[in-house]
Design a protein around this ligand. Structure first.
Ligand SMILES: CC(=O)SCCNC(=O)CCNC(=O)[C@H](O)C(C)(C)COP(=O)(O)OP(=O)(O)OC[C@H]1O[C@@H](n2cnc3c(N)ncnc32)[C@H](O)[C@@H]1OP(=O)(O)O
Ligand SMILES: CC(C)C(=O)C(=O)O
Ligand SMILES: [Mg+2]
Length: 514
């Protein structure tokens, strides 16, 4: 069966989701999972955007061996140079250069004529080609561009060395038949089109991203771009798992396949949801909690007689399985290690010991420790940068009552190793807690967003909190886990402050290096 290449942009376009901000260790974990999933190309970031993005792309490029790693660049030499610096040691490098071709973007955003857009694209593809064998060129806002103009630019950039041509539906504007016709038009009107892969890149503003991607495949696309769980700018990108499973289940209709290991989909989805804080809705296609659940009597009756009456996808196909190993206070290190293996996660002995210690501590409070709990603990250990952390929570107490003024008392260890303590009040537990922590930390801070979720079910479930703070004018995210919701909230807040401090240190180090 002919194979469609999969270009994952979870770490670049996906990270452009409002409110998402991954540190480099979190990005690396996602990159390793994408490698296990079997994507052909992963877009690791936009190195010219920030020092943090540059470092994350470089770390991924230096680590990933079996997948092509790419990075985004504007049609500017400085962007291409920065991408080259980040990617130069990777096994299969690719640069991704983009420039908008629609009248509205050219006139108002770029303030360039169509002729300037064409020649700048050619010049920068030529420049990129001197550094990279694989050069992808994207016509941003292709679906609102003039097709004849676009065809001319595509022909020129292929002559200049582009090996992949991407036609993004940047604002999710197109419809399936129209997008399909655009691909057919380019196949028929660009004389050298067969010298390049043709790629689609769909956004979901009108809920058409998956349908548009399928239409592109039917009309000549050889590469699809998207993200895990469909995260991304505004309403997101196409969810890769939806397209890959649709191609598999309807191979009779399309006759194409991807190289993805479909049973790695659930793990990939869980990891991205956990590290980004963007949880998947229960009825989400392919990986939603309800995607393999049957509620009504007639459906249940049908499924009991023959599951295919109401199930077109088996849960096992995408790696959804029921928990068979009961993990509790009597479990030992072997069972724990086996569970880590089941998740497909590699851990050093040191990290395994730390995760096992947290697991045992949890079993003292929790009757049954679920897969979700263990997975959360492992990720806490794997993405921990505590050796570089600055503030740690020592103790806290919150007094809340319907008729009392809520008071929190918190003790923190500061970056200098000093123990500081104070108390403050607030309208509720979290406000009192956060006001108290703020008083102990010598930075100007504002809470922008706060989320609390339970991991798995049950009244003794672990709590996981995500916060977004404005610290000294910089937006930072934080994540914290604990058995208690207030402790998880405190951990998330302190984690955000520590990330801010690490960012400041990284920037200072960069200035000193220059
Ligand atoms: C459709 C997409 O997803 S595109 C990718 C979007 N991703 C991002 O923007 C990543 C995060 N971005 C950033 O950190 C910043 O925008 C940066 C570092 C890239 C640039 O920052 P700044 O230099 O402050 O510029 P700012 O973002 O305000 O404006 C963008 C500039 O790039 C220009 N530009 C936009 N696209 C392109 C392009 N493809 N090629 C060349 N120039 C471009 C704009 O015209 C504008 O130029 P101007 O300053 O001459 O008016
Ligand atoms: C940078 C390009 C490929 C993009 O993300 C878009 O146009 O949506
Ligand atoms: Mg995009």
């Amino acid at each position: 069966m002919p194979r469609i290449k999969v270009f994952d942009t979870t770490l670049r376009d996906g990270e452009q989701s409002p409110g998402v901000n991954l540190n480099k260790m979190e990005k690396l974990e996602i990159a390793k999972q994408l490698e296990r999933l079997g994507v052909d190309v992963m877009e690791a970031g936009f190195p010219a955007a920030s020092e943090g993005d540059f470092q994350a792309v470089k770390l991924i490029a230096d680590t990933i061996k079996d997948v092509s790693v790419t990075a985004l660049a504007r049609t500017r030499k400085a962007d291409i140079d920065r991408a080259y610096e980040a990617l130069k040691n990777t096994a299969h490098p690719r640069i991704h250069v983009f420039l908008a071709t629609s009248p509205i973007h050219m006139q108002y955003k770029l303030k360039m004529t169509p002729e300037q857009v064409a020649s700048q694209s050619v010049d920068m593809v030529t420049y990129a080609k001197e550094r990279f064998e694989e050069v992808e060129w994207s016509a941003e806002d292709a679906t609102r561009s003039d097709w004849a103009f676009l065809a001319e630019v595509i022909e020129q950039v292929i002559d200049a060395g582009a090996t992949v041509i991407n036609l993004p539906d940047t604002v999710g504007f197109t419809m399936p038949d129209e997008y399909g016709r655009m691909f057919k038009y380019m196949k028929e009107n660009v004389p050298n089109i067969d010298r390049a892969d043709l790629s689609c890149h769909c956004h979901n503003d009108l809920g058409m991203a998956a349908a548009n991607t399928m239409a592109a495949i039917e009309n000549g696309a050889t590469q699809i771009e998207g993200t895990i769980n469909g995260i991304g700018e505004r309403a997101g990108n196409v969810a890769l798992e939806e397209v890959a499973v649709a191609l598999k289940i309807r191979s009779d209709h399309y006759g194409y396949d991807t190289g993805l290991k479909l049973d790695e989909i659930k793990r990939s989805s869980d990891l991205v949801a956990k590290l980004t804080g963007m949880y998947v809705q229960a009825n989400k296609a392919i990986i939603g909690r309800n995607a393999y659940a049957h509620e009504s009597g007639i459906h249940q009756d049908g499924v009991l007689k023959n599951s295919e009456t109401y199930e077109i996808i088996t849960p096992e196909l995408v790696g959804v399985s029921s928990n068979t190993l009961f993990m509790g206070k009597h479990s030992g290190r072997h069972a724990f290690k086996d569970k880590v293996g089941e998740f497909g996660i590699e851990m050093s002995e040191e990290a395994l010991t730390a995760a096992f210690k947290s697991f045992k501590a949890l079993t003292d409070h929790k009757k049954e420790v679920t897969d979700d709990d263990i997975y959360t603990l492992i990720m806490e250990v794997k993405t921990d940068q505590s050796e570089m952390s600055r503030y740690t929570l020592e103790t806290f107490q919150v007094n809340y009552g319907t008729r009392n003024i809520t008071t929190a008392t918190v003790s923190l260890r500061t970056p200098d190793g000093e123990s500081v303590q104070t108390a403050a009040t607030g309208n509720g537990s979290i406000e009192a807690l956060y006001s108290t922590i703020s008083e102990l930390i010598d930075h100007d801070m504002k809470l922008l967003d706060y989320q609390i979720n339970s991991v798995g079910g049950g009244k003794d479930a672990l709590a996981e909190s995500h916060v977004q703070l404005m610290v000294e004018g910089q937006t930072v995210n934080g994540r914290g886990t604990a058995q208690d919701v207030i402790e998880a909230s405190a951990n998330a807040y302190i984690n955000a402050v520590n990330r801010y401090i690490l960012n400041v240190q990284a920037n200072k180090a960069q200035v000193m290096n220059i």
